[in-house]
Design a protein around this ligand. Structure first.
Ligand code: GTP
Ligand code: MG
Length: 198
C-alpha cells in the first residue's frame, strides 16, 4: 500500500469551546492520546513541519482542539490535534472541560473518518484502555500507533508489542513510530490513506 504524500499543512483554528469548532467541510482525522504521549510531535513528523503543532516539555501543553488543513496527493483533509487525557496534575477545571469537549467533537463531526490513537511504546495505562473502548463503542475507525519507538531497543520490540497488545486487548498493531527518527512514518501514512478511504 502506497503511503499518502503530504505536500503542506496549514494551521486553521484553535478551539477551546464547542461553539468555536470549524464548520465540518473536509474529511477529518483526529489524533488522541494521553498528555505528553507525543501527539503534537507526531503531527509535525507526519507533515514534515517541525514547528507546526506546539510541543511541550510539561504535559498538558495542548488544551484546545487544533485544526490543521493538509494538502496531499490524495484527498485534502483536516488533521485535528485533540487535548491529551489522563494527566493527573492538570487542574480539575481542565479535566472537567476535557470530556464534554471531546465527546461533542466525536459525536458531532459527521465528517470524522477516524481516530489515530497514540499509546506510549513503553507502557499502557488504564486511561488508554478506556480510550480504546470508548472509540470502539462510538464506532469510529481507529488506528493505533505506539509513540517514542526510539526508546524501545530493537531487541525488545516483540516483547513490547506483546505487552501493548495484551494491555489494550487487541490482536493487531499498534504500529511503532518515532517522531525523532521517522521510523514507522511510512507505515502510518499508508494506514492514514486507508482511513481516509482512498
Ligand atoms: N524520545 C522521543 N520523545 C518524543 C517523541 N515524540 C515526542 N517526544 C517528546 O515527548 C514530549 C511530549 O511531546 P508532545 O508532542 O508535546 O506531546 P503531546 O501528546 O502533544 O502533549 P500534550 O499536548 O501536552 O498533550 C516532548 O518532550 C517531546 O520532545 C519521540 O518520538 N521520541
Ligand atoms: Mg500537544
Amino acid at each position: 500500500m502506497a503511503a499518502l504524500k503530504i505536500y503542506s499543512a496549514e494551521f486553521k483554528a484553535s478551539c477551546g469551546a464547542v461553539e468555536q469548532f470549524l464548520k465540518p467541510t473536509l474529511p477529518e482525522v483526529a489524533i488522541v492520546g494521553r498528555s505528553n504521549v507525543g501527539k503534537s510531535s507526531t503531527i509535525n513528523c507526519l507533515v514534515n513541519h517541525k514547528g507546526l503543532a506546539k510541543v511541550g516539555k510539561t504535559p498538558g501543553k495542548t488544551q484546545t482542539i487544533n485544526f490543521f488543513q493538509i494538502e496531499t496527493n490524495g484527498p485534502r483533509f483536516m488533521l485535528v490535534d485533540l487535548p491529551g487525557y489522563g494527566f493527573a496534575k492538570v487542574p480539575d477545571r481542565v479535566q472537567q472541560q476535557w470530556a464534554p469537549l471531546i465527546e461533542t467533537f466525536f459525536k458531532t463531526r459527521g465528517n470524522l473518518r477516524g481516530v489515530i490513537l497514540l499509546i506510549d511504546s513503553r507502557r499502557v495505562q488504564d486511561s488508554d484502555r478506556d480510550m480504546v473502548s470508548w472509540v470502539k463503542q462510538l464506532n469510529i475507525p481507529m488506528m493505533l500507533v505506539a509513540t517514542k519507538a526510539d526508546k524501545v531497543p530493537r531487541g525488545k520490540r516483540s516483547g513490547a508489542l506483546r505487552e501493548l497488545q495484551k494491555g489494550l486487548g487487541i490482536q493487531e498493531g499498534p504500529t511503532f513510530l518515532s517522531a525523532y527518527t521517522g521510523e514507522g512514518k511510512h507505515q502510518v501514512l499508508s494506514q492514514l490513506r486507508d482511513l481516509l478511504g482512498t
